[in-house]
Design a protein around this ligand. Structure first.
Ligand code: HEM
Length: 406
C-alpha cells in the first residue's frame, strides 16, 4: 500500500492553529476547516471547554475510553428540552424517548435489538438495487450541476424511501430529515425548536400512514411490524420513530458523505486508479470517510461527576466526542492527513464504537460505493476545491459542489 502512496501527490497536512478558548463550535473559521484546531487541541488542550457549556474530547484514546465509560450516558440530562419528563410537552422529547441515540442501558437494549434485527433483514433484500438507483441518478448529472442537490440528495432520498417502504415527495422528505438532525446539537433558539417539533410531527404522520397502508414486503417498516408481531410490548409509535431515525440517517449522512468523498478522491488523485479498478472502492470510501468524517462529534451526558485528563466534569454536563479529531490523531494514524487505504479499520472512529455504534454502516457503505462507482464511470469530477460548509454543529456537511466532466 505504501508503494502505491509514494506515486501519489502528498495531500497537505493541516497546520495546527490555536483557537480562542472556550471553543465556539459555530465559529465560521472552525466550521470552514476544523482540522488545524483539532490538531492544536490534541496537543495542547485535549479536553476543551465549549462556549455553550460542556467539554469536547479530541484525543483518540480519550474518545475510545469514553465509549465504555459508565460515567457517560446518552439519555438527555434532566435540564435538556429532550429530557424524558418533557415527552408530553414536546414532540422532540417524545421521539427522543423512543430511539437508541438517546437511550441508556436497559431502555436502549431492546430498542436497539429491534432496529438492528429489522435493519439487517431489510438490508438483505436490497442487493443490486442500489447500483441501479445510483446509475439512474448519476445519469441525470451534467457539467455545472450541483452534485449534492441534483445528485447525492435525490439518490439518498430514493434509496431510503425504497429501503423504508415509504412513497412521498423528495422535497418534503428532505425538509423533514434536515429538521431531525437538529436534535444532535444544542437547540437554543425557541423559534427553531418550534419549527423542528412541527417538522417531526409531519415526519411521523408520513411514516404512520405508510405503516397503516401496509408497507412493501422486505422494507424496514414491514420488518419492524413483523418484529412487533413477536414482541407485543412494541408500540406503533416506536416503529414510526425508529423508521424516522433510520430514514434521516440514511439521507443526510449519505448526501454529505458523497461530496466529502469527491474532495478526498480529488486531493489524493484517485480517479485513475478507481477507473482502472486498481483501487478497491470500498477501501477508498472508508478511508475517505476517515479523512472527512461526516459525524464530527457525537454527544454524551455526564451521569455522575468525574475527572478526565485532569479536568473535572460535573454531573449532567454535555461531553462531545470529536470522532473527526480522533480519526486524525497521529499517535494512532501515522501521517494522519494522508490517504492510505491500508489502515487498520479497528481504530477508525467514523461510525462510533461500542453499544451505540452505527447500525446502518453496511447500508451507508453500500450506498456510497454504488454512488461513487457511478460517478467514476460517468467521469464527473469537482469543478474546484473551494467548498463552503453548512454552519451545523456536530456534522461536516458541504453546502454545494459544482461538477465538471473530464
Ligand atoms: C456515512 C454515513 C454514516 C455515518 C458516518 C454514521 C455515523 C454514525 C455515528 C458516529 C453514530 C453514533 C455512535 C455513537 O453515538 O456512539 C451512529 C449511530 C447510528 N446510526 Fe449511523 N452513520 C451513517 C449512516 C447511517 C445509516 C445509513 C443508517 C441507517 C440506515 C444509520 C443508522 C444509525 C443508527 C440507528 C444509530 C444509533 C445507534 C445507537 O444509538 O444504538 N447510520 N451513526
Amino acid at each position: 500500500m505504501l508503494g502505491w502512496l509514494k506515486t501519489r501527490r502528498a495531500p497537505e497536512q493541516p497546520r495546527s492553529t490555536a483557537p480562542v478558548l472556550p471553543l465556539d463550535l459555530s465559529d465560521p473559521a472552525f466550521v470552514a476547516d476544523p482540522y488545524p484546531t483539532y490538531e492544536w487541541l490534541r496537543e495542547n488542550c485535549p479536553v476543551v471547554e465549549l462556549t455553550g457549556g460542556g467539554y469536547l474530547l479530541t484525543r483518540h484514546a480519550d474518545i475510545r475510553a469514553a465509549f465504555t465509560n459508565p460515567a457517560l450516558g446518552n439519555a438527555p440530562s434532566r435540564f435538556s428540552t429532550l429530557a424524558a419528563r418533557n415527552a408530553g410537552k414536546y414532540v422532540a422529547a417524545d421521539l427522543a424517548a423512543h430511539i437508541p441515540p438517546f437511550l441508556d442501558g436497559d431502555d436502549h437494549k431492546p430498542v436497539r435489538q429491534m432496529v438492528s434485527r429489522s435493519f439487517f433483514n431489510a438490508f438483505k433484500g436490497l442487493s443490486g438495487e442500489l447500483d441501479v438507483l445510483a446509475r439512474e441518478h448519476v445519469a441525470k448529472l451534467n457539467a455545472g450541476d450541483d452534485l449534492i442537490r441534483v445528485g447525492s440528495q435525490l439518490f439518498s432520498l430514493a434509496s431510503m424511501m425504497r429501503f423504508c417502504g415509504v412513497e412521498a415527495e423528495p422535497e418534503q422528505m428532505k425538509r423533514l430529515t434536515q429538521a431531525f438532525f437538529h436534535l444532535f446539537a444544542p437547540l437554543k433558539d425557541p423559534a427553531v425548536f418550534t419549527e423542528v417539533n412541527n417538522a417531526l410531527s409531519e415526519f411521523r404522520a408520513v411514516l404512520a400512514s405508510a405503516l397503516e397502508a401496509g408497507p412493501p414486503k422486505g422494507s424496514l417498516l414491514a420488518e419492524l411490524r413483523d418484529f412487533q408481531s413477536k414482541n407485543a410490548d412494541i408500540t406503533d409509535a416506536q416503529i414510526v420513530d425508529n423508521c424516522l431515525l433510520v430514514f434521516a440517517d440514511g439521507v443526510e449522512n449519505i448526501e454529505a458523505g458523497a461530496a466529502s468523498l469527491m474532495l478526498v478522491f480529488e486531493q489524493a488523485d484517485l480517479w485513475g486508479a478507481l477507473e482502472r479498478g486498481d483501487m478497491d472502492m470500498e477501501l477508498a470510501v472508508r478511508e475517505g470517510l476517515r479523512l472527512q468524517t461526516p459525524a464530527q462529534l457525537v454527544p454524551r451526558v455526564a451521569r455522575t461527576s468525574f475527572e478526565i485528563g485532569g479536568v473535572a466534569i460535573k454531573k449532567d454536563m454535555p461531553v462531545f466526542l470529536a470522532l473527526a479529531s480522533g480519526n486524525r490523531d497521529e499517535s494512532v494514524f501515522a501521517k494522519s492527513g494522508a490517504f492510505d487505504p491500508g489502515r487498520d479499520p479497528a481504530f477508525v472512529l467514523t461510525f462510533g464504537q461500542g453499544r451505540h455504534r452505527c447500525i446502518g454502516e453496511p447500508l451507508a457503505i453500500a450506498q456510497l460505493v454504488a454512488f461513487m462507482g457511478a460517478i467514476v464511470a460517468a467521469r464527473l469530477r469537482p469543478q474546484h476545491m473551494d467548498i463552503s460548509y453548512q454552519p451545523r454543529v456536530g456534522h461536516r456537511w458541504p453546502d454545494r459542489m459544482l461538477l465538471k466532466k473530464v
